[in-house]
Design a protein around this ligand. Structure first.
Ligand code: ADP
Ligand code: MG
Length: 288
């Protein structure tokens, strides 16, 4: 049977916007050793803005943004939303055919009968598009039209005001290792890792690589220590399910993530992870 005190703990947590799906998760929070964060929408705001457009091979910047916005118009990825809002005009969906969103890569679609690719280096390489790599601290979206490189769009996201504080709090509560996993570029990942004081950062990961990395990190910790994964949702369900404690950020989070998570944070604040651990410690001291 479940000690009654746990219900008090779960109730107290829910009043603070932390939804715990079972007393076993509250108990497990007492032994957290590793906390793994997804980047976009979890430690960063997940609201990108276009900061540069670099058209090439005869295309204008306006055409580059137009093709990219058409390509992204069915996606709800934060990257897609920023490009659509930079286009700032009506999108005629009748011009779009054969839409494909490739997780961790980008988009492949036909616009006005022309094949448009919009995504990262991995997408360009897999489609044999020749281009020169750009040096930037922002996220880069490459665009190719009919197999020819058309240029790139640089977009930037900001870290949440709460993130650095959230990492410090976890350290004060005895968490041994804080980690960020991201599909984004190493330059972007490392910059954020330094800024937030994270112990480890792993970048340029596909959704399946994130599961492998989590399993590896799991094998690195002590047998009794618990591993937490925190994500906002897009592509995160498999990692959320694999962690000892999967946490979803409910503010921007997707339904799939909220479903797969053991604990849902209803606000967008990563410091609620530390709050949840504090509630767990207090609950244990009442129960035992
Ligand atoms: P994160 O790990 O930052 O949450 P994702 O796994 O969602 O990122 O995506 C990883 C990378 O895949 C992005 O940084 C981007 O390069 C590329 N990508 C994913 N979706 C899109 C899209 N809709 N348009 C362009 N690029 C995308
Ligand atoms: Mg993500």
């Amino acid at each position: 049977s479940i000690p009654l005190g746990f219900f008090g703990g779960i109730g107290g947590a829910s009043k603070r916007g932390i939804l715990v799906k079972g007393s076993n998760y509250l108990e497990a929070l007492n032994s957290v050793e590793t906390v793994i964060f997804d980047k976009t929408g979890t430690l960063t705001k997940g609201v990108f803005k276009v900061t540069e457009t670099n058209s090439q091979n005869g295309y204008t910047d306006e055409e580059l943004i137009e093709y990219a916005a058409y390509a992204e118009s069915y996606s709800n990825h934060p990257i897609a939303l920023s490009i659509i809002s930079a286009y700032n005009a009506e999108i005629d969906k009748n011009r779009i055919e054969n839409y494909q969103e490739i997780a961790g890569h980008g988009i492949k679609v036909n616009v006005n009968g022309r094949e448009v690719l919009a995504g990262n280096t991995r997408l360009m390489v897999s489609e044999n598009i020749k281009f020169n790599e750009v040096e930037t601290l922002g996220t880069v979206v490459h665009v190719a039209i009919d197999k020819k490189y058309a240029g790139n769009i640089v977009i930037s996201d900001e870290v949440k005001e709460d993130s650095a504080h959230a990492i410090r709090e976890l350290k004060l509560l005895g968490v041994k290792k804080t980690v960020m996993l991201t599909g984004d570029l190493k330059t972007v990942g490392d910059k954020i890792g330094k800024q937030l004081g994270l112990d480890e950062v792993y970048s340029e990961l596909l959704p399946a690589d994130k599961v492998d990395k989590l399993e590896w990190l799991d094998s690195q910790k002590s047998p009794k220590g618990k591993l937490v994964f925190v994500g906002d949702g897009i592509n995160d369900a498999p990692v959320l399910a694999r962690a000892d404690i999967g946490m979803a950020m409910g503010g921007l989070g997707s339904d799939a993530a909220i479903e797969a998570a053991d604990i849902v944070i209803m606000t967008d604040e990563p410091s609620k992870i530390a709050s949840a651990i504090k509630i767990a410690k207090r609950t244990r001291s009442i129960v035992y």
